[in-house]
Design a protein around this ligand. Structure first.
Ligand SMILES: Cc1ncc(COP(=O)(O)O)c(C=O)c1O
Length: 396
């Protein structure tokens, strides 16, 4: 049976990582993998996470099944973090949340849920979007199409084209928006643009699916949720997929959440029963450990403050790296304008160089990034920025 299979192409980012690891160059730079790294290139466990894990180890009393919703406390605290405790949708008891295996699990649950809402729904994603979005939704049998988003020439948003495309989308379809720190472009909607998109969403009646994988990595926990909160307070139906991988540094624990909002509490109950059925058919129940860590942190004023402080350190480092690279390029006399990098947000930006220049950076200077020239900003540091900027200057 297996001999009928043809091999799938390897994940380009993992392939890049293997090459990077095998490279003996003493000044090699990894700008491929999308995880936070500190100045020494390490992805640390947050101190608040260590404390929450210790508390869990001391107090956990059973490993019995947790049920398809996961932990009720985690779900409530995550909804409040995302939507704001005073959000109209929360106060009207319209939000229903399940814990999921990471943000990817949340998206897969959302995909199967959409398929059950309307098997003919088209999912519209930004051009470009996170590489996994298309495969994930297509795997659930959903047709995926794109709306214009990032302008590679001007390094800015194609906002007029995006709005024009959204105003053609009808109420049967779903539009995926990135809450903040757009992956891969780093180009976010500003508040006025969110207002316009939310107005369009309400007018057109399509369902917004917001993917929030980086809450707190852009401008702040509340600032990054502006669009999510206003959308939830405005429209009848909405889906939110969140991840705790980056902002809690819980990557391998696989914890995230999927929330749905119906037009009233009764409609939300019906939709939730379908969501739970979807969960049971995929993985039955989510893992508990990551959720327990997050709920311990968010449920304690002291640990929550510690988390917010540690998150600020990560965010400031990323924003600082953006400025550091741009300033260094200027300092060594690069005349091309890279200021857009400081205006973008989150883990990624496109450097805006050709695939040939990307290949040259790799083969001649051991600087690793994906072909699209998307760079993972956390891979920059005071120890490599000089070498990195000079290498970029040489291939320009
Ligand atoms: C836009 C976006 N959505 C979702 C995810 C999935 O996150 P997780 O690792 O929690 O599955 C990522 C991870 O990189 C992402 O960039």
């Amino acid at each position: 049976m297996f001999n009928k299979l043809t091999a799938m192409p390897a994940d380009p980012i993992l392939g890049l990582l293997t090459k990077y690891r095998e490279d003996n160059h003493t000044q090699k730079v990894d700008l491929g993998v999308g995880v936070y790294k500190d100045e020494s290139g390490h992805t640390p466990i947050l101190t608040c996470v260590k404390k929450a894990e210790k508390y869990r180890l001391d107090t956990e009393s059973t490993k019995v099944y947790i049920g398809p919703t996961g932990s009720a406390d985690f779900n409530r605290l995550m909804s409040e973090l995302a939507f704001g405790a005073e959000n109209r949708a929360i106060l009207a008891n319209r939000v229903r949340t399940v814990s999921t295996p990471g943000g990817t699990g949340a998206l897969r649950v959302a995909a199967d849920f959409i398929k059950r809402c309307n098997p003919n729904s088209v999912l519209w994603v930004s051009d470009p979007t996170w590489a996994n979005h298309t495969g994930l939704f297509e795997a659930a049998g959903i047709t995926v199409k794109t709306y214009p988003y990032y302008d590679y020439d001007t390094k800015s948003l194609k906002f007029a084209e995006m709005k024009a495309a959204l105003s053609e989308i009808g109420s049967d379809d779903v539009v995926l928006l990135h809450a903040c720190c757009h992956n891969p472009s780093g180009m976010d909607l500003n508040q006025q643009q969110w207002d316009e998109v939310i107005e369009l969403t309400a007018e057109q009646g399509f369902t917004p699916l917001i993917d929030m994988a980086y809450q707190g990595f852009g401008e702040g926990v509340d600032e990054d949720a502006y669009g999510v909160r206003k959308m939830a307070a405005t429209v009848n139906n909405m889906i939110l997929c969140s991840s705790c991988s980056k902002n809690f540094g819980l990557y391998r624990e696989r914890i995230g959440a999927c929330s749905i909002i119906g037009k009233d509490a009764a409609a939300s109950d019906v939709a939730f029963s379908v969501l739970l059925y979807v969960v049971r058919c995929i993985y039955s129940m989510p893992p508990a450990h990551g959720a327990a860590i997050v709920e311990t942190i968010l449920g304690s004023n002291e640990l929550k403050q510690e988390w917010l402080d540690e998150l600020t350190v990560m965010r400031d480092r990323i924003n600082g790296n953006r400025a550091m690279l741009v300033n260094k390029l200027k300092e060594i006399g690069v005349t091309s304008n890279f200021d857009f990098i400081t205006e973008q947000k989150g883990m990624f930006s496109f450097l805006g160089i050709t695939p040939e220049q990307v290949a040259q950076l790799q083969s001649e200077y051991s600087v690793y990034m994906v072909d699209s020239s998307r760079i993972s900003i956390a891979g920059i540091g005071t120890g490599n920025v000089d070498y990195l900027a000079k290498s970029i200057a040489k291939v320009l």
